[in-house]
Design a protein around this ligand. Structure first.
Ligand code: SF4
Length: 365
């Protein structure tokens, strides 16, 4: 049973660990000096500690599931649900520490970046980012060399081949990157790339329209959405923009029309947003998204400074909420689940996409 906001505030106050204080002027100074957007040293070091490969304002990290796959210890739910290659995944972001939201459930240290717009002059062109992250990813994988307990074939593919799956998510908000259409088009043209997933918080609907207009939509678009009303949204996602609620509603409306695979990811936080089935169903039905993922909030990373372990739902609670959602949305059906990721997948009956991504063609209009 999760704990509500009032109790959370009391406990947090007692623990006095909520506010994270970072020197503003040091950050601004860094950006001015270098013209090219990059991370101030103390932030750079934070990410390095977490095994990120950093190139300017972009970064890559080897996902725990990719490591598990190489050790034959299982694959991520996206391989199970959608057939992506977990061991050949490039988990990256072109906006590694910039976001217009400060979601309380986010495991990343989002508190220290307030910048929410990127000028074209201060960012790296997509081909430079792609070219720079490949060797950084290889470096991060090199620790597996000489390890007898790994699946050598999978490791060889992961290490030597161009990543076949690009997860543009990792950290920060990728739609802040002004060359995102060019980046996605470049990746989708690459013969080795089978799938490109983009995860967004929906705060840049204009970028979603741009991706559409420039025929640069990803294979699968994720919209993170976990608050069915404005008050809850402001409490959970702590947006920077004054018109943030309007922006997420605009993105939800766009989802209905975008000609690519569309997923709504609902992060379930016990005691916070697990009581809003009716309201959530009403909003999500309008999107006609192909898939809805109900995923447990995980008590990880920096989110432990904002939430309590009790806010992390069990798999049973995720399944219970998903069944109620399925009941409230007759045109959606639960089609799969993965216990260790505490996630349940619902599919829209009239979706033109099967859940498994067959080949490059799938997802093209
Ligand atoms: S698709 Fe996501 S979960 Fe799967 S390996 Fe890549 S980053 Fe990890």
């Amino acid at each position: 049973m999760g704990i509500g906001f009032e109790e959370l505030k009391k406990r947090r106050k007692k623990m006095n660990i909520f506010e994270i204080d970072f020197p503003e002027e040091k950050r601004i100074e860094d950006v001015k000096k270098k013209q090219r957007l990059s991370l101030p040293d103390f932030v750079f070091n934070e990410f390095k500690k977490k095994q990120y490969g950093i190139y300017g304002h972009s970064g890559v990290q080897i996902c725990e599931w990719t490591k598990k796959a190489i050790r034959n210890k299982g694959v991520c739910y996206k391989q199970r649900f959608y057939g992506i290659d977990c061991h050949r995944c490039m988990q990256m972001s072109p906006a590694i520490a910039w976001c217009q939201e400060n979601c309380i459930y986010c495991w990343r240290p989002m508190e220290f970046m307030k910048k929410t717009s990127f000028g074209k002059k201060e960012v790296d062109p997509p081909e430079n980012i792609i070219r720079a992250l490949i060797p950084l990813r290889r470096q991060l994988l090199s620790g597996f060399k000489g390890n007898e307990k790994i699946n050598k074939t999978l490791f060889k593919e992961a290490y030597e081949k161009f990543p076949s799956h690009w997860a543009i998510s990792l950290s920060g908000e990728p739609t802040l990157y002004p060359y995102l259409p060019e980046m996605i088009k470049t990746l989708k043209k690459h013969p080795e790339v089978k799938s490109v997933f983009l995860v967004t918080n929906g705060q840049e609907p204009k970028m979603l329209e741009k991706l559409w207009k420039e025929n640069a939509l990803p294979t699968q678009l994720y919209l993170s959405f976990e608050a069915s009303n404005k008050k809850l949204f402001e409490t959970i996602n702590k947006p920077v923009y004054k018109d943030a609620w309007k922006r997420i509603l605009k993105s939800l409306e766009l989802v209905k029309r975008l000609p690519c695979r569309r997923v709504i990811r609902y992060t379930l936080i016990s005691g916070i947003n697990d009581k809003f089935v009716g309201e959530t169903a009403k909003l999500l039905r309008k999107t006609r998204a192909d898939f809805i993922e109900v995923k447990a909030y995980m008590f990880l990373g920096f989110s432990r400074k904002r939430l309590m372990k009790e806010n992390m739902p069990t798999y049973r609670e995720v399944l219970g909420f998903s069944k109620k959602l399925e009941k409230a949305m007759p045109e959606y059906r639960i089609i799969d689940k993965q216990r260790d990721s505490r996630i349940v997948l619902l599919r829209y009956d009239r979706s033109r996409y099967e859940n498994i991504i067959k080949g490059k063609k799938q997802g093209k209009t």
